[in-house]
Design a protein around this ligand. Structure first.
Ligand code: ATP
Length: 413
């Protein structure tokens, strides 16, 4: 991987969305959702970066900003040194025209079914970009290239699949077609937004392997987005890439996959690890206490002052409520972490601890001898995370049966 100059560089990027407060509320200012706040990130040639975090933390917004689809409200995004939005709007001296940038920054959607035109056969969908950007190719040459790519991604027999409509393909086949389409024009960077989460679990590893193979073959960088730390680990470790952890619009930790998984420094990364049983090892301890003080994720319209994680952080102190930590290098690890605990001289160490362990997992013995656990979800609306917590509880239970009542009211045996 070349570290000479980044392909895409985000410098202190923020994306704030205005939301109207109500149809009849003409007087008040619209709410501003701080989807992304002050994020800097360089993506190099051949790089693999996987962004991980809870729903709503700004992963998709940041990914879309990196490929020039979402305009930042502050900061800048450059492609090989060219400000993308200046190129797009023809501001000042433009060294790289926007059409070139657009071709170089592509995306694979989470739901390939909706990303493919239902009325177009595969061959038409895949030939169209070639026809537009490589007008020197004859129809036969275009078809030959499409057949070759279908063969590469294992969609065979190619002559059969090329003339199918999307509804005649399985989810995995649709995703492969979407992947080919994103790579057809030899992009420099592909955004894979939850690119495997819509697939059956059995197909996910194959698809992740395929994406990594194609990344090498096409010499492309990938920016993946995932809410699943286990998938992030798989992708980043195999590609010798990095994992970036986002919390409430901010990048709170980033570094080599191995370091982030084995030596997380940020308390929030530790929470994500705790909630991922396949990653949380016995060496990490057997405590069933949720490593967060509060379950509720703050509102991105009005994020907490100071460190945004302080309302939930189990090791937060007064200092964290007043000042926001910068993302700084952790000596000798290749990691960057936004936490005062990494600075042994910070006033954090002399500042009083914050109260509150009330919202940890509560256990109630119920009358018939079964145990009922009221589980306060740390991850909103995430069945997978709910399953994580339940499976962790199951591991420490010695009783025959566990009834849990998830916070959203669903009951399961
Ligand atoms: N166009 C928009 N208008 C207003 N708010 C938006 C818009 N797009 C995103 N948001 C808000 O910005 C925040 C970040 O959203 P985003 O989709 O980037 O998060 P995410 O981490 O990708 O979440 P998920 O994993 O659920 O997709 C959320 O609070 C979301 O509701």
């Amino acid at each position: 991987m070349s570290k000479t100059a980044p392909v895409v560089s985000l410098d202190d990027v923020s994306v704030h969305f205005e939301e109207s407060t109500g149809l009849f509320d003409f007087r008040s200012e619209p709410d501003r959702v701080r989807a992304v706040d002050g994020v800097s990130l360089d993506i190099y040639s051949g790089d693999v970066v996987v962004l991980v975090g809870e729903s709503g933390c700004g992963k998709t917004t940041l990914g879309r900003t990196a490929i020039g689809v979402q305009r930042p409200t502050a900061g800048s995004v450059t492609y090989r040194g060219q400000n993308i939005w200046d190129a797009r709007e023809n501001n000042g001296d433009v060294d790289i025209e926007f059409e070139k940038i657009r071709r170089s920054l592509q995306m694979v959607h989470q739901d390939p079914g909706s990303a493919l035109n239902p009325n177009q056969k595969v061959i038409a969908t895949l030939s169209a970009p070639l026809e537009k950007w490589h007008s020197d190719l004859s129809k036969e040459e275009r078809h030959e290239r499409v057949f070759e790519l279908l063969d590469t991604v294992g969609v065979q027999p190619v002559e059969d699949y090329a003339f199918r409509y999307p509804h005649q393909l399985s989810g995995g086949e649709q995703q492969r077609i979407a992947l080919i389409r994103s790579l057809l024009l030899n992009p420099d960077l592909v955004l894979g937004d939850e690119a495997v989460s819509a697939l059956d679990v059995s197909l996910r590893v194959d698809m992740m392997d395929l994406m990594l193979d194609l990344r090498e073959r096409f010499e492309t960088s990938f920016l993946f987005i995932s809410h699943d730390l286990a998938n992030a680990r798989y992708l980043a470790e195999k590609a010798d890439g990095r994992i970036g952890i986002m919390y409430l619009g901010e990048l709170v930790e980033i570094g080599p996959a191995d370091q982030i998984i084995k030596q997380p420094k940020h308390p929030y990364t530790k929470v994500l690890k705790w909630a991922t049983p396949s990653i949380h090892s016995d060496d990490d301890g057997r405590s069933i206490d949720t490593p967060v003080r509060e379950i509720d994720i703050p509102d991105p319209v009005d994020p907490p002052a100071g460190c945004r994680f302080h309302t939930r952080c189990p090791v937060a102190r007064e200092a964290c409520t007043k000042e926001a930590p910068d993302l700084l290098d952790v000596a000798g690890s290749g990691q960057r972490t936004a936490c005062f605990r990494q600075d042994s001289t910070h006033e954090y160490w002399n500042s009083p601890e914050l109260d509150g362990t009330d919202d940890r997992i509560q256990q109630e013995l119920i009358s018939d001898g079964q145990y009922s656990f009221r589980i306060d979800l740390i991850f909103i609306n995430r069945t997978a995370s709910r399953a994580c917590i339940v499976s962790r509880l199951a591991r420490v239970l010695t009783h025959d049966r566990c009834v849990y009542h998830a916070r959203n009211g669903s009951n399961n045996d």
